[in-house]
Ligand binder design. Structure first.
Ligand code: C2E
Ligand code: MG
Ligand code: MG
Length: 422
């Protein structure tokens, strides 16, 4: 690549850090996002060719504003001063990302490669080269987790979040065996009458050390560690068992929806697990709905299609959660046996005041209607939103206007109460 190597840049960095006159330097830790795929598909010599081209683009982007080195396989480091220009590190990060906007031609194919970048500044984020690299690396991973092709500067909050993450990871591993999970059920109602039709199971984690952990704080983590497969399987069994108990009490709850992680699709035999959960509870397939995220559909592999076939054979309902938030690939809707879309609460938030949110809700409802799919609105908090949805032709929804997630007994009580008034 013609760039400095790891040892050379570390020597330079150590020298600068040792001298109070030059120790205010920033380090950019740059990781190529999809490089390993290219390397695997095309082989090493094409991979090397790509690295050389990537190095050239980085060198042009950084120009004479910093030192640049190849740090490891597909990792690069830039060191720059920021005393004279406090925003230089962020600006260089943007330049580098801009330089990767155009795809790379390798052999006869075009490959798009993006970068994830972490930034750390000495001496605040690290006084030694090792600390500084560690901080930048941590920021890079935080950025990659959020989305590819981004950059992120290190901060003390990031470090404490990382600390919390590590702690949570340890606790999460034992949580299932310690019986720390339970499910709550949010009513999905007929928006006109408010009558409860279905339930969505939402997992709750109570840990003695960490307290109440909401799913948005641990599902991600469980997906990264792989724990989600066991947890998800427990959720499936527990929700089916609960549905069975409600049926035994003659409660008219038509089905229970369970959120399924993309990892359960690829990492486990989901068809088999679902079949077993239904059989153990003695439930027909139509008493269960699985909420999938778009990620499952976009990453689809031959295995994914096989799982869809199995699920279809079991007769379970399938819906797409948070529709429109993830990837805007629509063609899978034609190919896969999907029954319904869930209109994401992030779009409903601005309704009816914000024209762009209104437009998105209309578009999603239009897609569902014209493809003959069902639609469920989530995050319905106000009468105005309910009215808006009804005018759009969306008749089923869930949200705090009706109820949050409820313990099974409370859920049953509400269903019984509506039976009494009927
Ligand atoms: P989701 O499936 O889209 O679930 C809806 C989330 O919105 C729930 O948060 C629910 O409590 C919340 N919510 C309901 N009504 C309202 C409302 O009117 N306003 C607002 N602002 N929020 C409302 P929760 O329970 O924290 O779950 C968050 C996410 O975690 C879920 O989003 C789902 O993606 C994931 N999740 C929950 N349980 C499981 C599970 O068992 N397995 C997997 N893989 N993911 C789960
Ligand atoms: Mg859901
Ligand atoms: Mg949702």
């Amino acid at each position: 690549t013609g760039l400095m190597n790891r040892d050379a840049i570390l020597r330079q960095l150590d020298t600068r850090l040792a001298d109070p006159a030059t120790n205010r330097v920033a380090l950019l830790y740059i990781d190529l996002d999809r490089f390993k795929i290219v390397n695997d598909i095309l082989g090493h010599s094409a991979g090397d060719e790509l690295l050389v081209a990537a190095a050239r683009r980085m060198r042009e982007a950084v120009a004479n504003e910093g030192l640049i080195a190849r740090f490891g396989g597909d990792e690069f480091v830039v060191v720059c001063a920021f005393d004279d220009d406090p925003h230089r590190p962020e600006r260089l990060a943007r330049h580098v990302q801009h330089a990767f906007a155009e795809s790379f031609r390798v052999l006869t194919d075009d490959f798009s490669v993006t970068t994830s970048i972490g930034i750390a500044r000495a001496p605040a984020d690290g006084e030694t080269s090792q600390q500084l690299i560690q901080s930048a690396d941590m920021a890079m991973y935080a950025s990659k987790r959020r989305r590819r092709n981004g950059f992120q500067a290190f901060s003390p909050e990031l470090a404490s979040r990382q600390q919390e993450r590590l702690q949570a990871e340890t606790q999460l591993r034992r949580a299932l065996d310690n019986g720390e999970f339970h499910l709550v059920y949010q009513p999905q109602v007929d928006l006109r009458s408010g009558r409860i039709l279905y339930a969505e199971a939402l997992v709750r984690w109570h840990n003695p050390q960490l307290g109440e952990m909401r799913p948005d704080r641990f599902i991600d983590l469980a997906e990264t560690t792989g724990d989600i497969i066991r947890i998800g399987n427990w959720v499936l069994h527990e929700a089916c068992a609960q549905m069975r108990r409600w049926r035994e009490q003659d409660l008219p709850i038509q089905r229970v929806a369970v959120n399924v992680s993309y990892r359960q699709f690829t990492g486990d035999n989901l068809g088999e697990s679902v079949g077993k959960a239904l059989a153990d509870a003695g439930l027909p397939g139509h008493a269960l709905e699985l909420e999938l995220t778009e990620r499952v559909l976009v990453d689809d592999t031959p295995d994914t299609l096989l799982v869809f076939d199995q699920l279809r054979a079991l007769g379970v309902q399938l819906s797409i959660d948070d529709f429109g938030e993830g990837y805007s690939a629509l063609n899978y809707l034609r190919r896969l046996p999907i029954h319904a879309l869930k209109l994401s609460q992030s779009f409903l938030k601005g309704v009816p005041g914000k024209p762009s949110d209104v437009a998105i809700c209309q578009a999603v409802a239009g897609i569902a209607q014209s493809l003959g799919l069902g639609i469920v609105a989530e995050g319905v908090e106000s009468e105005a939103q309910r009215d808006f949805l009804l005018r759009l032709g969306v008749n089923v929804g869930q949200g705090y206007l009706f109820a949050p997630g409820l313990l099974p007994g409370e859920f049953a009580k509400r269903v019984t109460a509506q039976q009494d008034t009927a």
